[in-house]
Design a protein around this ligand. Structure first.
Ligand code: CDP
Length: 225
């Protein structure tokens, strides 16, 4: 029997999943894996190579040419796409506008889930995404489903993005989040849905420290004999 611990954090776009996941990983000395960064890096490759999302053969061939790696220094999510550091570029709007369509493709999901399961095998990990508690690690010891007021989510993400792109507007960000939530919850292949055993965490009015404490309390309650 495996003795490793897996923490699965799922939820809507821009509701602070990665902030919580990174803080938990740092505190517990777990490995942090940002599954969204993987879908974003695949999207960047598809955009650059102009892959037709409806052409299954082209998608499958492209997936074979994509090599993703995490550099887990400082519990951040530095990801490389075929050895190129793309962590900044994958957060920009062109990728955000296309990622949910790419993440809805069955072949893409199967390949990403296969890689994610391999990364988590026999290690203590925190992984955040949309289908971690339902599909990737249905046996995770702690599952958290995060949510927050959509206006608060858009404002938080806008503040992060406007530093790098002064032309971006709050409306652009709000629309992108709403559109991705719609696509992620209505797709056929492993849609975003709360796992039955996931604990809901609404962080609209919580500080990062408060949400970390909430998760640590839940974890110790679950792991107590
Ligand atoms: O950080 P943010 O909440 O904006 O999103 P992300 O975690 O970087 O994920 C980007 C997109 O990837 C999501 O909107 C989903 O379409 C997709 N995704 C997914 O389908 N499954 C996952 N496990 C993680 C992300």
């Amino acid at each position: 029997m495996s003795t490793n611990t897996v923490i699965a954090i799922d939820g809507y776009s821009s509701c602070g999943k990665s902030t919580l996941a990174k803080a938990l990983a740092r505190k517990l000395h777990f490995i942090y894996i940002d599954s969204g960064a993987m879908y974003r890096a695949v999207t960047l490759y598809f955009l650059r190579e102009k892959i037709n999302l409806h052409d299954h053969a082209a998608v499958e061939q492209a997936l074979k040419n994509i090599h993703l790696n995490f550099n887990s220094r400082d519990y951040q999510s530095h990801i490389t796409l075929n050895d190129e550091e793309v962590s900044e570029e994958i957060r920009q709007m062109p990728v955000s506008d296309n990622v949910s369509a790419v993440a809805a493709i069955r072949e893409v999901r199967h390949e990403m889930v296969r890689q994610q399961q391999r990364m988590g095998r026999s290690k203590n990990i925190v992984m955040d995404g949309r289908d971690i508690g339902t599909t990737v690690f249905p046996d995770a010891q702690l599952k958290i489903f995060m949510t927050a007021d959509p206006n608060v989510r858009a404002e938080r993400r806008y503040k992060e993005l406007v530093i790098k792109d002064p032309n971006i507007t709050l409306e652009d960000v709000f629309e992108n989040i709403a559109h991705r939530d719609y696509q992620d919850t209505t797709r056929e292949e492993s849609p975003l849905v709360r796992a039955k055993d996931a604990i809901i965490l609404d962080n609209t009015n919580l500080s990062p420290d408060e949400q970390l404490q909430f998760a640590l309390d839940k974890l110790s309650a679950l792991l107590e004999p």
